[in-house]
Design a protein around this ligand. Structure first.
Ligand SMILES: *Cc1c(COP(=O)(O)O)cnc(C)c1O
Length: 381
C-alpha cells in the first residue's frame, strides 16, 4: 500500500547493551503505519456501506406468522461473506499474521473468496483462492476482476490441505475461514448480523422471532446468532438446515465431530465434508436435513414471491422456514420467523436457474415445487 499520510518513525532496532547483548535479542518490528492504514481502509469501507435490509414476507397460508429475510445480497460483494471477509482480514492484521507483503490464501467454495479478493485489493495484498473446480463461473470471474488468482482442486475436501500448502510455499497466510469464522466475528455485538437483525425487528409486532433459520457453510453465522441469543437472553430458537452430502446434520444428531463425507455438497455455499471447527453445536436448538431437490424448488418458489432471484442456500433456508411455520400453524402458534437471503440468484443463472444444468446434476424440482407452492398458498403441506 502506498504511503498516503506522514509516517511515524518506526521503533529503532534494539541496541547492543550490556544488559542485553546482541546475541541474546531478536527483533521483528511491526509496521505500525501499515497496520493503521489497513485498519483505516477497512473502517472507511464499512462506513460507506449501509446496513442490509430486512425484507418482510407475508405468505397467504401463514397468517400471523410473518417471515423476515435479512438480505445479505446487498453487500458490495454480493453475499453474507462480505462481513466474514472483513472480520478475517481485521483478525489476521490484529494477530500480526497479515502485513504489507503477505500473500493471502483461502479455501473456499466461492463466495468467501469473492469478498476476500475485494478486501485484498482494498489493502493492496496478493490473494489466491483454492476452490473446487465446480465453483460457479460468475464467482470465478468476480475473483479475477478483483485481481485475485483462482487455484482449482477436484473436490471440496481437497481445498484445506492445498490452501495450507500454498500459504506455506509462498510464505503467505491462510485465512482459514472454516476455523476462524467463529473466532474472528465479535459475537457479543459490534454490529454483527445478530445484533442487526434484533435491532431491525424492534418495531415489529413480534420483535423476538420464534425461530431463526440458517444453513451452515463455515457454521460461523449460526454460531454468531446462537451465541448472541444466549448472551442477550433472547427467547428465540435457532434452527440449522443442512443439505445432502453434508456431515453437519449427523454430526449434531450423534454429537460427533469426526464424521467425514467423500461427496461434495450440491448446494453451493453450504454443507461440508467435515464438521468444521466454526460449527458450534451447543447453540443450535434444531436441525433439519433438506433434500437438494427441495432446496432448489424452494429457491424458485421464493424467487417468484420476492420478484427477484435468490441463491440455492437461501432456498434451503426457506424450506426450513416453511417446516417451522407449518409446525407453528399446526400448533396454533403465532409469531415471526427470521432467515437469511444469503446471496442473489444472478450468480447462478447458468446453473441452478438452468433446467438443462439441473437435469445434468439429477436435480428434479417439479414435485417439490408443487408441494411448496401449495404449502405457501394454503399453509397445509
Ligand atoms: C457461506 C455461505 C452460507 C453459510 O454461512 P456460514 O456463516 O459460512 O455458515 C450460506 N450461503 C452462502 C451463499 C454462503 O456463501
Amino acid at each position: 500500500m502506498q504511503a498516503e499520510e506522514p509516517t511515524r518513525q518506526a521503533a529503532s532496532p534494539m541496541p547492543d547493551s550490556p544488559f542485553c547483548p546482541a546475541d541474546r535479542i531478536v527483533t521483528r518490528p511491526t509496521d505500525h503505519d501499515w497496520v493503521r492504514r489497513a485498519a483505516t481502509r477497512l473502517e472507511q469501507d464499512r462506513r460507506r456501506s449501509a446496513d442490509t435490509h430486512l425484507v418482510r414476507l407475508d405468505l397467504p397460508g401463514f397468517d400471523g406468522i410473518p417471515i423476515y429475510l435479512k438480505d445479505e445480497s446487498t453487500h458490495p460483494t454480493g453475499s453474507l461473506k462480505h462481513r466474514l471477509a472483513r472480520s478475517l482480514f481485521l483478525y489476521g492484521i490484529s494477530n500480526g499474521d497479515i502485513g504489507p507483503a503477505t500473500t493471502v490464501v483461502e479455501a473456499s467454495s466461492g463466495s468467501t473468496a469473492v469478498s476476500e479478493a475485494y478486501f485484498a485489493r482494498l489493502l493492496g495484498l496478493r490473494f489466491v483462492a483454492v476452490m473446487p473446480r465446480s465453483t460457479s463461473r460468475a464467482k470465478v470471474d468476480a475473483i479475477a476482476q478483483y485481481g485475485g488468482k483462482c487455484h482449482f482442486v477436484d473436490s471440496a475436501d481437497a481445498v484445506y490441505a492445498e490452501a495450507a500448502k500454498l500459504a506455506e510455499e509462498t510464505g503467505g497466510f491462510y485465512l482459514d475461514q472454516f476455523t476462524n469464522a467463529a473466532r474472528a466475528t465479535d459475537w457479543r455485538g459490534n454490529n454483527n448480523i445478530a445484533e442487526s437483525i434484533f435491532r431491525q425487528m424492534q418495531g415489529e409486532a413480534d420483535p423476538v422471532p420464534e425461530w431463526i433459520v440458517m444453513s451452515a457453510g463455515t457454521g460461523g453465522t449460526s454460531a454468531t446468532i446462537g451465541r448472541y441469543i444466549r448472551y442477550k437472553d433472547l427467547r428465540s430458537s435457532l434452527c440449522v438446515v443442512d443439505p445432502e452430502n453434508s456431515v453437519f446434520f449427523d454430526g449434531w444428531k450423534d454429537k460427533r465431530r469426526d464424521l467425514t463425507a467423500k461427496q461434495s455438497s450440491r448446494i453451493e455455499g453450504i454443507g461440508r465434508p467435515r464438521v468444521e471447527p466454526s460449527f458450534i453445536p451447543g447453540v443450535i436448538d434444531a436441525m433439519i436435513r433438506v433434500p437438494d431437490d427441495a432446496s432448489v424448488a424452494a429457491m424458485q418458489v421464493l424467487s417468484a414471491h420476492l420478484f427477484r432471484k435468490v441463491g440455492p442456500s437461501t432456498g434451503t433456508n426457506f424450506f426450513g422456514v416453511l417446516c417451522m411455520a407449518s409446525e407453528m400453524k399446526r400448533q396454533g402458534r403465532k409469531g415471526s420467523i427470521v432467515t437469511l437471503l444469503c446471496d442473489s440468484g444472478e450468480r447462478y443463472l447458468d446453473t441452478y436457474y438452468d433446467p438443462g444444468w439441473l437435469r445434468s446434476c439429477g436435480i428434479e424440482i417439479g414435485p417439490w415445487a408443487a408441494r411448496i407452492e401449495r404449502l405457501v398458498e394454503t399453509g397445509i403441506g
